[in-house]
Design a protein around this ligand. Structure first.
Ligand code: A3P
Ligand code: MG
Length: 322
């Protein structure tokens, strides 16, 4: 830890590793000494209130996630994106239909293979659950404290339509919460990543920026995002109750990322999704200060709490949305 005139520098892992008493002293000291004091996490800045929110969201401040893994999963998502783009460029692939009627291509499977091999190498003792792996018994996975939850190609319909709105999703789940994740859109060259104790970032065409709530504007009319290819049955009545709004249709988990980036305000999903569709992007959005709540409840969307893999309906809110 170092300090200068108006900033304390402390690494994310350093902050988490302090005992609660010391950590609280540090936060109180920063707040009492300097108006708008900031703690710099690594080389990027988060506001003090953002750090406090993240810490209080993790009551024991143990998220089971090593900070070094964030860089590793960004690299893994990038390699998976390359595997997808090889299939995309060939423009000659078969589209199979899975038992649940959803499409799957060689790109989904190529991405799955790249990610599973790399995660097994990174963390040999942490299980991996993938949309493309055979179903794992609930009796086994309910015992997991931590695991990787991946959707190797989210937005397969968008991949087939060639509109670029598909993503590679890798999430780390700890005790039922999505605590870290990466969402990579290879055609758009955008990579969103974050962890609850570190913050969230966007790498856009190689240029990295922190996703910080204070830099976002509140718009007079709420900007809503919804699925491009799947109809949510209750969405129309939700939108009618919301009143005047702008609506934008976007494929895949990119909808959450637009909220994290400050480009949209609300994502109501009053239709079905599976846990791998949401985990990585929820981690990014919540790391940026946003939230994803089960519809009609104040409870966050959670993971691995029941035998079926379907999410309840939910509403995601941008960090700046009150
Ligand atoms: N009826 C349904 N049941 C379960 N998941 C569904 C579904 N309809 C859509 N989805 C999920 O929604 C994802 C696409 O999100 P969106 O509609 O927001 O673009 C799909 O991801 P995949 O493309 O990975 O299969 C699919 O898993
Ligand atoms: Mg998906």
């Amino acid at each position: 830890m170092q300090h200068s005139a108006n900033t304390i520098f402390v690494s994310a892992s350093g902050l988490v590793s302090f005992r609660p008493k010391v950590r609280n002293w540090l936060l109180n000291f920063a707040e009492s000494q300097w108006h708008n004091a900031q703690l710099a996490i690594f080389y990027r800045e988060n506001t003090l209130s953002q750090i406090k929110t993240q810490l209080s969201a993790n009551t024991d401040n143990v998220i089971g996630f090593e900070p070094d893994w964030l860089v590793a999963i960004v690299d893994i998502a990038s390699a998976a994106g390359d595997a997808i783009m090889t299939v995309y460029a060939s423009d000659d692939y078969e589209v199979d239909v899975k038992t649940d009627d959803s499409p799957v291509t060689a790109a989904d499977l190529a991405s799955h293979n790249v990610i599973v091999a790399a995660l097994n190498k990174l963390t040999p003792n942490i299980p991996v659950m993938s949309e493309e792996s055979t179903t794992l018994a609930w009796e086994e996975r309910k015992l997991w404290q931590s695991y990787w939850l991946i959707d190797p190609l989210d937005g397969t319909k968008e991949f087939i339509k060639r509109n670029g709105e598909f993503t590679v999703n890798i999430a780390f789940i700890h005790q039922g919460r999505a605590v870290a994740g990466v969402v990579y859109a290879p055609v758009l060259d955008k990579c969103y990543f974050g962890s609850l104790t570190g913050g969230a970032w966007l790498k856009n065409a190689g240029v990295e920026q922190a996703l910080i709530k204070k830099s976002f504007e509140n718009k007079a009319v709420p900007r809503v995002v919804g699925s491009r290819s799947h109809i949510s049955p209750g969405l129309q009545s939700y939108l009618a109750a919301l009143g005047e709004h702008e609506m934008k249709s976007v494929g895949s988990s990119l909808k959450f990322c637009l909220l994290a980036e400050g480009e949209a305000d609300i994502y109501p999903r009053l239709g079905l999704t599976s846990e791998w569709d949401t985990a990585a992007a929820q981690a990014v959005l919540e790391s940026a200060g946003g939230k994803v709540l089960q519809y009609g409840s104040e409870a966050a969307l959670d993971y691995n709490q029941k035998s079926d893999i379907l999410n309840p309906y939910f509403i995601a809110y941008a960090p700046h949305w009150e």
